[in-house]
Design a protein around this ligand. Structure first.
Ligand code: 5RP
Length: 236
């Protein structure tokens, strides 16, 4: 499977394949979203088809649901599963405390709900995602479409008193239209450069009317599997 991969895809693939080893027969598994998580779904699909692994997967987006079904994985809802044994997902950034920025692929809301409802959350990432301080990657904030400009102004005002380096906000676009999440919401991307106090920022953002969820995952991730382009692996 990994023969002709570019270094970045190889890094994602080896991380995904290693994380698939954490999945045991009978588990309820949260399935992340994004290009790295897609490798995981393919690895699990292969284990289901070829090794007889029996799992039930809870996808974190319509994209992942469709890939999981194509791969032969039984898909159930979180309400059917209630609680999950493990969730494996990608990330846009992770720091030394295993706090994350997620939502580059627009699925942060379902991803956070699913990860929080899991005994264990494992992140799979290429080495470039590791940072000393979160914030170089724009922080996604999911907002309801109603009054989004007002919500954006409130967010911008709140950022004035936050320990961040940049304070630019932008509505995520899909061509000429706003990007719409699986829940029918919009996403504001906050260009913060460096986040001094991620825990405080996450709390402040989620207190605002109009904000549904933010992409900071604080104290949710248990393990990060880091893949390198030459096939090496590290566990954090
Ligand atoms: C989607 C996410 C993804 O996990 C994150 O954007 C990383 O994606 P990729 O594996 O494609 O780099 O949070 O909402």
């Amino acid at each position: 499977m990994s023969a002709e991969l570019s270094p970045i895809d190889k890094a994602k693939f080896v991380a995904a394949r290693r994380a698939a080893d954490f999945v045991e027969d009978g588990m309820r598994v949260g399935l992340g979203t994004g290009s790295t998580a897609a490798w995981l779904v393919r690895c699990l699909g292969e284990m289901v088809r070829e090794n007889g692994l029996r799992i039930r997967g809870v996808p974190t987006s319509s994209r992942t649901a469709s890939l999981a079904r194509d791969e032969g994985i039984e898909v159930i809802t979180l309400d059917e599963a209630r609680w999950l044994d493990i969730t494996i997902d990608g990330a846009d950034e992770f720091d030394g405390a295993l706090n994350l920025i997620k939502g580059g692929g627009g699925a942060l809301l379902q991803e956070k709900i699913v990860a929080t409802a899991s005994d264990r959350m494992v992140v799979i990432a290429d080495a470039a995602k590791e940072v000393a301080h979160l914030g170089a990657f724009p922080l996604p904030v999911e907002v309801v479409p109603f009054g989004w400009r007002t919500t954006e102004a409130l967010v911008a005002e709140a950022l004035e008193s936050m320990d961040v380096m940049g304070r630019e906000t932008a509505l995520r676009m899909n061509g000429t239209e706003p990007y719409v999440t699986d829940e029918g919401n919009y996403i504001l991307d906050l260009r913060l450069g460096r986040i001094g106090n991620a825990r405080q920022l996450a709390l402040v953002l989620n207190q605002m009317p109009g904000v549904v969820e933010n992409g900071l995952f604080i104290d949710i991730c248990d393990t990060v599997v880091v893949g390198h382009g030459d096939g090496r692996l590290e566990l954090r």
